[in-house]
Design a protein around this ligand. Structure first.
Ligand SMILES: Nc1nc2c(ncn2[C@@H]2O[C@H](COP(=O)(O)OP(=O)(O)O)[C@@H](O)[C@H]2O)c(=O)[nH]1
Ligand SMILES: [Mg+2]
Length: 195
């Protein structure tokens, strides 16, 4: 079992030029601003302040790297889709993504975080497009499941699977930070996939 509690902050980059080659295996986290990415990373790692949880979305525009257990690096990609970015900002973001995914690195898995209450947006489909274009295995993690009751959640899960299966999504995983079992389930799935 990977000990995600050992995770520590490594570095942040805002510009494509700053990106270096990866060393160990990378697990990438991505999703729209406010999808719950920082909260999930903190929960999985059992730390409150590893990634910043923001009440004003759209602030994180850097790629953040964390060194974890077992030669694994967690990579927190900038959230997308909150506000229409300016042309220049959008260009910086796209270059950052193209450079990150296009660099020769060892990406073991990507988690695409999607708020379980909403269908994927065009921005999400663009992000999934990167996964398929660069041949990266990805899972859809449906966040904030505490906001739905059991039957609503079952319905949403089925809907996501129907939408994402044709797009090569390997797994659909429900998740909430409000439930320790949910975090333990994701840790176990990650450990199995990465061992
Ligand atoms: N109810 C609930 N709220 C959550 C959950 N995960 C995140 N949030 C809230 O959603 C908001 C955005 O979370 P954050 O982790 O900053 O999202 P990010 O922008 O994707 O990094 C914050 O107010 C969080 O407290 C969850 O599982 N359940
Ligand atoms: Mg965040």
């Amino acid at each position: 079992m990977i000990n995600f509690r050992k995770t520590t902050f490594l570095t942040s980059f805002g510009f494509a030029e700053q990106l270096r080659l990866g060393t160990g295996r990378e697990v990438v986290f991505c999703g729209r601003s406010n999808a719950g990415k920082s909260s999930l990373i903190n929960k999985i790692c059992g730390q409150n302040k590893l990634a910043r949880v923001s009440s004003s979305p759209g602030k994180t525009t850097t790629i953040n790297f964390f060194t974890s257990d077992a030669d694994i690096t967690l990579v927190d990609l900038p959230g997308y889709g909150f506000a229409r970015r300016s042309g220049e900002e959008l260009q910086r973001w796209s270059r950052l993504m193209e450079t990150y995914f296009g660099t020769d690195r060892n990406i073991a898995l990507a988690l695409v975080l999607l708020d379980c209450r909403h269908d994927p947006t065009d921005d999400d489909f663009d992000m999934i497009g990167y996964m398929n274009r660069f041949g990266i295995e990805y899972w859809a993690v449906l966040t904030k499941t505490d906001k739905l009751n059991k039957s609503e959640l079952a319905e949403r899960l089925a809907r996501f699977e129907e939408i994402l299966e044709p797009l090569n999504c390997a797994k659909t995983v429900p998740f909430t930070v409000k439930n320790e079992e949910s975090a333990e389930n994701l840790r176990r799935m990650l450990s199995e996939c990465l061992s």
